[in-house]
Design a protein around this ligand. Structure first.
Ligand SMILES: Nc1ncnc2c1ncn2[C@@H]1O[C@H](COP(=O)(O)OP(=O)(O)OP(=O)(O)O)[C@@H](O)[C@H]1O
Ligand SMILES: [Mg+2]
Length: 174
């Protein structure tokens, strides 16, 4: 695999930080009071990615014993992944490739006793644009929902372009 096939440098950070909570940590966690991190392996930016990511969110939060925010977290991650998939496709919805490699996305969850941080990283161009709320609109509602459900959200470009990390936080009840 050539260097250019690699995901953007910052987008690889989830792998490098991977400290996915070890079974030792998880076995003792009740409302995480330490920093826990759970990184999915890269997913091809295909429609199936959202349901895979939702399942990962639900399982991870169950193990971290914060299932009370699982519905919200699942909905947020699902929207962010769907957006990443859309941005990783052409105008006909066909997946885009970079040097033969289908564009990838990453999902990372981090939690401490206070909040959950959900991140979705992609390799796509474009930027998230929050559309004004219009209840009749057929699209442009995803980020508005993310804003409603989360405490804070935002995005930043990855070092290697194109690509970005879109993130949202949810409070963990004490
Ligand atoms: N990860 C992303 N990369 C590039 N552009 C993005 C990304 N996420 C969102 N956008 C841009 O922000 C716009 C608004 O996103 P939003 O999720 O609110 O609406 P939508 O995806 O167009 O429609 P809906 O979510 O209602 O199906 C998108 O149309 C897209 O142009
Ligand atoms: Mg959307």
């Amino acid at each position: 695999m050539g260097r250019s096939d690699r995901p953007p440098r910052k987008a690889r950070a989830p792998d490098m930080d991977a400290t996915p909570a070890t079974s030792r940590q998880l076995g003792h966690v009740s409302k995480p009071d330490q920093h826990l991190s759970s990184v999915m392996p890269p997913l091809a930016a295909l429609r199936t990615a959202a349901s895979t990511a939702r399942a990962h969110v639900r399982s991870t939060l169950a193990v971290w014993e914060i299932s009370d925010i699982a519905d919200m977290a699942e909905a947020i991650v699902s929207e962010l992944v769907a957006n990443a998939v859309n941005a990783s496709a052409d105008e006909h919805g066909r997946p885009l490739y970079r040097e033969g490699q289908i564009l990838l996305l990453w999902v990372r969850l981090r939690a401490d006793g206070r909040e959950l941080l959900a991140e979705v990283w992609d390799q796509a161009s474009g930027a998230p644009v929050l559309k004004s709320a219009d209840s009749n609109a057929e699209s442009g509602r995803g980020l508005a929902m993310v804003r409603e459900l989360s405490d804070t959200w935002g995005w930043y470009p990855t070092e290697r372009q194109p690509g970005k990390c879109v993130w949202a936080t949810i409070s963990i009840a004490s």
